[in-house]
Design a protein around this ligand. Structure first.
Ligand SMILES: C[S@@+](CC[C@H](N)C(=O)[O-])C[C@H]1O[C@@H](n2cnc3c(N)ncnc32)[C@H](O)[C@@H]1O
Length: 292
């Protein structure tokens, strides 16, 4: 296998995923998705407004922002519309699967990095981190010494994130930096052993991904790890998300995304799919100097 090749591997057996039966999948494909995709958008928005859907409101305020992630991660919702959208919707289920898979993989990456440099804490850099739910879960899953820098453009993600970190006893291990991830060099000097770019590539252009990955790669030690995700339209409701939520996601195969990362000196990719086939969580390694 070449250093920039992509290897697909099964997800770890110990991660508990959400799945759906063939019957539920068939009902969604033949009945629910066409209704969601083709009923008038104004009517669907009205229904979501009168049923006080928090997921819809979060997306109208900031399409695909951190609030909609927080709502999607919690299937027990008070509003009736969200009970359907969040608990049973394919994308929120897949998001919860991605979070569990990514947290598990990050905990293992941290442990491996800690073994390679005994006595030194592992530094994790989270780009577009939101309130830090995934890294919080990863840090809680390992006793390896590690701390994280969380970068997000949204200041209010951090008020929520600080509270969450304190509740988990991680307050002094998670540092929040409000900044644009495109300006990495301006605020980061501490080299990251693990870089996380989850839930962000689907909102970035190819050039933006390469620029950010290059900046991260320049800071990483050789063989440092980067974790990111691809997104497939296998959920079948892209038209609904665009028309009703105003959410414009960019779909890329694992291969397409790894090709972009490869331009930033990242290789040795290993991709794991969550069982709904919407997300692949991919781990790559810094294999070359940027521009080399
Ligand atoms: C979909 S959320 C993902 C949050 C988290 N990574 C997760 O997967 O749960 C995307 C986050 O990226 C942040 N973001 C988007 N563009 C950004 C930029 N240029 N610089 C920093 N943060 C950005 C948003 O504010 C938001 O919190």
């Amino acid at each position: 296998m070449g250093s920039d090749a992509l290897e697909r591997v099964p997800p770890p057996a110990e991660v508990a995923f959400e799945t759906q039966s063939r019957l539920r999948h068939g009902v969604k494909r033949l009945i629910i998705n066409p209704l969601a995709n083709y009923l008038p958008a104004g009517l669907l928005r009205w229904v979501l407004r009168v049923t006080r859907s928090e997921l819809a409101a979060a997306n109208w305020y900031d399409p695909g922002g951190w609030r909609s992630m927080v709502i999607s991660y919690e299937p027990e919702c008070p509003q009736i519309a969200d009970k359907v959208l969040v608990a049973a919707g394919t994308v929120p289920m897949a998001l919860r699967n991605r979070k569990r898979l990514a947290a598990h993989l990050m905990a293992r990456l941290i442990e491996r990095a800690a073994e390679q440099q005994p006595g030194h804490p592992v530094h994790v850099l989270c780009l577009g981190a939101g309130p830090g739910q995934i890294i919080g879960e990863a840090l809680s899953q390992t006793s390896a010494p590690a701390h994280a820098t969380l970068v997000d453009i949204s200041a209010d993600a951090f008020a929520f994130g600080r509270e969450l970190a304190a509740r988990r006893g991680l307050g002094d291990r998670m540092k929040f930096v409000q900044a644009d991830v495109r300006d990495l060099h301006d605020y980061l000097s501490d080299p990251p052993h693990v870089v996380k770019m989850l839930g962000i590539c689907e909102y970035l252009s190819d050039d933006q991904i390469v620029t950010i990955a290059r900046a991260a790669s320049e800071l990483m030690p050789r063989h440092g790890a980067i974790i990111f995700n691809s997104l497939s339209d296998a959920h079948g409701t892209d038209r609904f998300f665009r028309r009703v939520f105003g959410l414009h996601m960019i779909y890329r195969t694992p291969e397409a995304l790894c090709e972009l990362m490869g331009r930033a000196g990242i290789g040795e990719f290993r991709a794991r799919a969550e069982p709904l086939g919407v997300y692949h969580v991919i781990v790559g390694r810094k294999v070359a100097r940027v521009g080399a």
